[in-house]
Design a protein around this ligand. Structure first.
Ligand code: COA
Length: 322
């Protein structure tokens, strides 16, 4: 028998307040035209004081549990991917756990910035396949608005807040046809000064602000993402032609187009939400996945590949048959 992690349900949550490019241009020296042309972004959601990484993550988790028909008490593992935790510690995963009324399970955060959800899914999948967990809640949740320098127009227009979640369950079958077929993660710390936050508890003692060399990140992103997508396809013995849907990290529409072109994938197969959500870091992949599952594009039986790249650099991909 082959034991795999299967997708039981998806959920997402966004802050109440959306901010259009035009609204942003009222307080930042930018324009709707520049942002749309360079990034494909038209809108983003920004958390108010009452909305936090754990509150958004909890709302996304509840929606995923509902969709899966799974009771919170059945969850034995929570992994929350974030670069913007509520507090330095405890892990925001434990705050979600408490909010869901789960008294005992494994709960921790992973920090791999925009690749965080892929890292979290890969760890959850390993734990499920090894038998260390049976039913996992994997969440990507961020409040990047809190670490943006609103004086820096080259970065502050690019990001938004939000959360996405999936419930993964163990399933044993003879052919192992369904579930997570392959995951692959990478990191290359030589580039950690191209995308970083200039503060932290062990250095400045402050939270800090996001800094990025956008063009260099762009160049690495397309190369790394196309390569890691090929790796997971090879690992599973699948070809790019068989992919039904690509759910990419939503950083920039031009990165999505260039990566799809490199792999020879039809643009219609790429789920795009960057126009509405902007870059929500670790939340972007599960948010986009939830949108496409709920609007009926992604269906049971589909072959779906998820990918992301972020600060570190970190990057990764996951191939799943729904
Ligand atoms: N509004 C208006 N003008 C802006 C602007 C803004 N928000 N931000 C920058 N500009 C200006 C610059 O000042 C520059 O002006 P200049 O030519 O007079 O000096 C001009 O626009 C071009 O800037 P540049 O940085 O060369 O633009 P770009 O085409 O590289 O686009 C990014 C910038 C950030 C959109 C692009 O590099 C990018 O998407 N990079 C990848 C970032 C990313 O996805 N990171 C997350 C990965 S997880």
């Amino acid at each position: 028998m082959i034991r795999r992690s299967v997708l039981l349900g998806t959920g997402s949550a966004l802050p109440a307040k959306s901010v259009s490019n035009a609204e942003l241009a009222e307080r930042v020296d930018t324009s709707d035209e520049w942002i749309r042309e360079r990034t494909g972004i038209a809108n983003r959601y920004i958390a108010d004081e009452s909305e936090t990484t754990s509150s958004l993550g909890t709302a996304a988790a509840r929606a995923a549990l509902d969709a899966a028909g799974v009771q919170p008490q059945a969850i034995d593992l929570i992994i929350l991917a974030t670069a913007t935790p509520d507090q330095t510690f405890p892990a925001s995963a434990t705050k979600v756990q408490a909010a869901l009324g789960i008294n005992d399970c494994v709960a921790f955060d992973v920090a791999a910035v925009c690749s965080g959800f892929l890292y979290a899914v890969s760890v959850a999948d390993s734990m499920i396949r090894s038998g260390a967990a049976n039913t996992a809640l994997v969440i990507g949740s961020e409040t990047f608005s809190r670490i943006l320098d609103w004086e820096d127009r080259t970065t502050c227009v690019l990001f938004g807040d939000g959360a996405g979640a999936v419930v993964l369950g163990a399933e044993e079958s003879k052919d192992g046809a369904r579930g997570i077929l392959a995951t692959k993660l990478h990191a290359d710390g030589r580039h950690n000064q191209l995308l970083y936050v200039d503060g932290g508890p062990s250095t400045t003692g402050t939270v800090g602000k996001l800094r990025m060399k956008g063009q260099e990140v762009f160049r690495h992103a397309v190369t790394n993402l196309a390569a890691v997508l090929r790796e997971v396809l090879d690992m599973a013995g699948e070809s790019a032609d068989n992919i039904d849907w690509v759910v990419p990290h939503q950083a920039n529409a031009r990165i999505l187009d260039a990566t799809a072109r490199k792999l020879g994938l039809a643009p219609e197969k790429v789920i795009v939400t960057v126009d509405q959500h902007a870059n929500t870091s670790a939340a972007s992949v599960p948010l986009a996945l939830d949108v496409a599952v709920r609007d009926g594009r992604i269906k049971p039986g589909d072959l779906v590949v998820m990918e992301a790249m972020g600060g570190g650099f970190t990057w990764g991909a996951c191939l799943i048959r729904l």
